[in-house]
Design a binder for this molecule. Sequence first.
Ligand SMILES: [Zn+2]
Length: 143
Amino acid sequence: MGIIALVLALAGAPANTAFQCAPISGHAGWTEWDTTPIVVTLTPEMCSDLNDVHAGELTSDPSTDANMAQGLLIALHEASHAAGWRDETDTECRALTLVGLAVWGLGLSPQVIADAWTWDRTWGSQYHQRPCQAADSGRLGAS
Ligand SMILES: [Zn+2]
């Protein structure tokens, strides 16, 4: 299973979710959730970072670890949108949780988790409206 398929499955995105690497103005990733199928787009830079995860380039280079964390976090964030999460804070909290699962499942360094949280803190206030709650709290249809 490739890293993209893994990320989409881990987030619970619909099986027919389309994924592409393409430039996006002002964003590292974007999800069109009103289309059929849903389309997840990451910038070429984020796709490259995500491919580093696939290559398993571990802790020999801290900057590579940090880039992997960015690619993984963005991909899991957008895949969570595809899975039904809409609110940016809920989506980001879920993505951060899933980074831990991905790191464990892929046998990556725990440093990747720390790097993901560090990078998350640089994001805008719309991603940090509340402390992170239970992982399902923001999903469409969840009570
Ligand atoms: Zn988002």
